[in-house]
Design a protein around this ligand. Sequence first.
Ligand SMILES: Nc1nc2c(ncn2[C@@H]2O[C@H](COP(=O)(O)OP(=O)(O)OP(=O)(O)O)[C@@H](O)[C@H]2O)c(=O)[nH]1
Ligand SMILES: [Mg+2]
Length: 436
Amino acid sequence: MKFVDEVRIFVKAGDGGHGAVAFRREKFIERGGPSGGDGGNGGSVIFVADPQLTTLLDFRYQQHHRAKNGENGMGSDCNGRASDDLILKVPSGTLIREADSGELLADLSEPGQQYVAAQGGRGGLGNMNFATSTRQTPRFAQEGTKGEERTLILELKLLADVGLLGFPNAGKSTLISRVSRARPKIADYPFTTLVPNLGMIQYKDNLSFVMADIPGLIEGASEGVGLGHQFLRHVERCKVLIHLIDLGAEGEGRDPVKDYDILNRELEKYSAELSKKPQVVAPNKVDITEARERLEKFTAAMRKRGVAVFPVSTATGEGLQALLDVTAEVLFTGRTGKLQVERPEKPAKKAPAKKVSAAKQPAKKAAVKKAPAKKAAAKKAPAKKAPAKKALAKKGAAKKAPAKKAAAKKAAAKKAPARGKTGARAKTVAKAGRRS
Ligand SMILES: Nc1nc2c(ncn2[C@@H]2O[C@H](COP(=O)(O)OP(=O)(O)OP(=O)(O)O)[C@@H](O)[C@H]2O)c(=O)[nH]1
Ligand SMILES: [Mg+2]
């Protein structure tokens, strides 16, 4: 069966029938008075949500829908017959929009919910309604009003409680076929599923919920790669998303953690609201040995993000009960605590941070230690220089004692190995002192 989730249609309600102008003409009854009946009302176009339907396919084939006009009024006080409304059944979850403005007119999410898309015209009054004591022969009647007409866009957003997300071949269809009676096609090539499938899951205690399996998403889906991201609209109403990760995918740049990030990025590009929905992350195909080996790395990567994982094998059924349990808990109680990991990642995060700082700190400390040493040296130097300079000044002014020169020499000699320049200067100054 073909699946259609968006159609553009034209609807026109029936016009109201015109009122009649007639007079009673009977043998022996002269001037019997006005007897024109009223026109009947035109039929309206009404949409009704039908839970039995899952596609808008019918509207693809027939795009014009007109309700019948009301009958005109007739003589002998006969009113025209009102037309039946035109009932158009649509799947539950259909949105009705004005085609030009895109304005949302109705969201038929409840089974049996109705929306009058085009109101039928009202029948006109016949001339018998206009007779008064002073106007006993009204030769006019009222015309019926026109029925409304509209161009509409019908958009189907399937009603499901839980949505399945994942790359092609992740095992989404296998999962829904294991937990519900849905029997979608399963095959080991990408894009086996081309249209969404719904499955009803009978959970414990008479609780049940609907799961939606949608076609796989790949990188660039928002730009139309693969089947695009148009099918995401069918999980927009879901309260929980199960994100299946294909641990069995190998090569070609595929990596479970990368897949997780890519899919979430595509979700964000589609709708920020959708990306914020609770996600149950389920790495799949743990029955395969290599897949199980990848599980540890994937779990660790998810723990860093604070995300709990629920490993499953949709083929063997391993882990499916735990997956359903957590999904049902989020769905029915709204508690999402189990979807987050109990923060063992924090110390894990801190540990490497500490290590790094521990490694860096000694270096810093050493640098700090060294720095004062240099400073001390720097401090010492001027201290040593100072007497030398002072000596210069004094020597320059008053030819002073060889003792001072000797001191200057000593200072210079001391500095010389460390501060050559100062020593040289001290020497020259000392010489200058001698000359003078
Ligand atoms: N080994 C193993 N194979 C699995 C498991 N689950 C699914 N498969 C296989 O993976 C392939 C794809 O499974 P599907 O259920 O069609 O995957 P999908 O996610 O619906 O794929 P699309 O509809 O293409 O998006 C099939 O060949 C399945 O047999 C599993 O748990 N273990
Ligand atoms: Mg599938």
